[in-house]
Design a protein around this ligand. Structure first.
Ligand code: NAD
Ligand code: MG
Length: 394
């Protein structure tokens, strides 16, 4: 029986994770769940999954949740704040940690799981983008392993040769191709993109996701963050990473070998597949995802990404090439600009403007050598991004 903590249980990935877990009561038990603000949903999840601990953002929410749980006869302990997140990510009773908090807010708890040697199911790509080396070093020091949840990286993981100590290049891998759906604005004109509203940006044609990653998909910054994520996860250089737009979202990514073979992982676009793959690994377990009907899909299209309409993808490439603190700076700027866009303070196309300005100004600095240093770089970039966003106020 594996004991699982789900960080970010109330989000899109968290809900899908609990859906898969509920299909296998013989394999998994939930040790802890966390949520930031969605207390109603967390309350329901506690009644269903009976975690030992539930963690929320602050004392007021904790008192409210605790009162409701006791009244409903549920004995889950309730805690709050960052230290409590670290605690449920690293507790001795836990084997597996699903890291599904969105954004930089997920870094500390993911690193806590790494130091404690957990099996980390990594959905929170931002932590790897911000703190790649620091995070990987923490995994090594703690004896933790990472299984990628991002569908592209999970696909690559499935197509790579069996894990080994040597870099993937020396095991015959030539290139990794990440597929991108192209998002809701794949066919939109530059003018339409300029005027896009938050609801339009969040209406993803293939995936149902949280609002931040939905906007990232619309700008294609998501694919940019995924290039950086792939660089760290698979230890491949920028030159061996490519992006191809594939609007059907059936091929989740591909690995090309030196002999010309290209292996791909296919499936319906449903995050329960990579989640079940990682939860069951190395065994295969049912996910609830419907079988792929290729005749119904009909065709699989591929095209090159358009750098003019989607400048964020190029910014991420620049940050990857620059290395050092650049990915952390870009990630922080992007979290601020996306949030300003969702609050209707700046326009959609301003996201790339803010990201570009902040990356140009602060990108050339060394990487943070430890978590606190990474967070300092993150804070500095956020401050500047807020300033830039204010300059663009609508
Ligand atoms: P979401 O917005 O639906 O959920 C986010 C979760 O994080 C919620 O449980 C929320 O309570 C929690 N949270 C938010 N702010 C927090 C804070 N300050 N402190 C603590 N907890 C906080 O997001 P999502 O779509 O589930 O994405 C989660 C992560 O998974 C992101 O890093 C995203 O990039 C990644 N991811 C998501 C998908 C997807 O299909 N949704 C696919 C690939 C990768
Ligand atoms: Mg992805």
């Amino acid at each position: 029986m594996r004991s699982v903590t789900v960080l970010g249980a109330t989000g899109s990935i968290g809900v899908s994770t609990l859906d898969v877990i509920a299909r296998h009561p013989d394999r998994f038990r939930v040790y802890a769940l966390s949520a930031h603000r969605q207390i109603d949903r967390l309350f329901d999840q506690c009644l269903t999954h009976r975690p030992v601990v539930a963690v929320v953002g602050d004392a007021v929410a904790a008192a409210q949740l605790e009162g409701r749980l006791r009244a409903a006869g549920c004995s889950s302990e309730v805690a709050y704040g960052a230290a409590a997140l670290d605690e449920i990510a690293s507790a001795d009773q836990v084997d597996t940690v699903m890291a599904a908090i969105v954004g930089a807010a997920g870094l500390r708890s993911a690193v806590a799981a790494a130091r404690a040697g957990k099996q980390i199911l990594l959905a929170n790509k931002e932590s790897l983008v911000m703190a790649g080396r620091v995070f990987l070093d923490a995994c090594r020091a703690g004896g933790a392993s990472i299984l990628p949840i991002d569908s592209e990286h999970n696909a690559v993981f499935q197509c790579l040769p069996a894990a080994g100590a040597s870099p993937v290049e020396s095991r015959g891998v030539r290139r990794i191709l990440l597929t991108a759906s192209g998002g809701p604005f794949r066919l939109a004109t530059l003018e339409a993109i300029e005027a896009a509203t938050p609801d339009q940006a969040c209406a993803h044609p293939k995936w149902s996701m949280g609002r931040k990653i939905s906007v990232d998909s619309a700008t294609m910054m998501n694919k940019g963050l995924e290039l950086i994520e792939a660089h760290y996860l698979f230890d491949v250089p920028d030159a061996a990473l490519e992006v191809v737009v594939h609007p059907q979202s059936i091929v989740h990514s591909l690995v090309e070998y030196v002999d010309g073979s290209v292996l791909a992982q296919l499936g319906n676009p449903d995050m329960r597949t990579p989640i079940a793959h990682a939860l069951g690994f190395p065994e295969r377990i049912a996910s609830g995802v419907s079988p792929l009907d290729l005749a119904r899909v009909g065709r699989l299209d591929f095209e090159a990404p358009d750098p003019v309409r989607f400048p964020c993808l190029h910014l991420a490439r620049e940050a990857l090439r620059a290395g050092g603190g650049a990915p952390c700076v870009l990630n922080a700027a992007n979290e601020v600009s996306v949030s300003a866009f969702l609050d209707e303070q700046i326009r959609f196309s301003d996201i790339a403007r803010v990201n570009d300005s902040v990356l140009s100004a602060l990108g050339a600095q060394a990487a943070g050598a430890e978590v606190d240093h990474v967070l300092e770089i993150d804070q500095r970039a956020r401050a500047m991004a807020r300033e830039c966003s204010r300059g663009l106020l609508r």
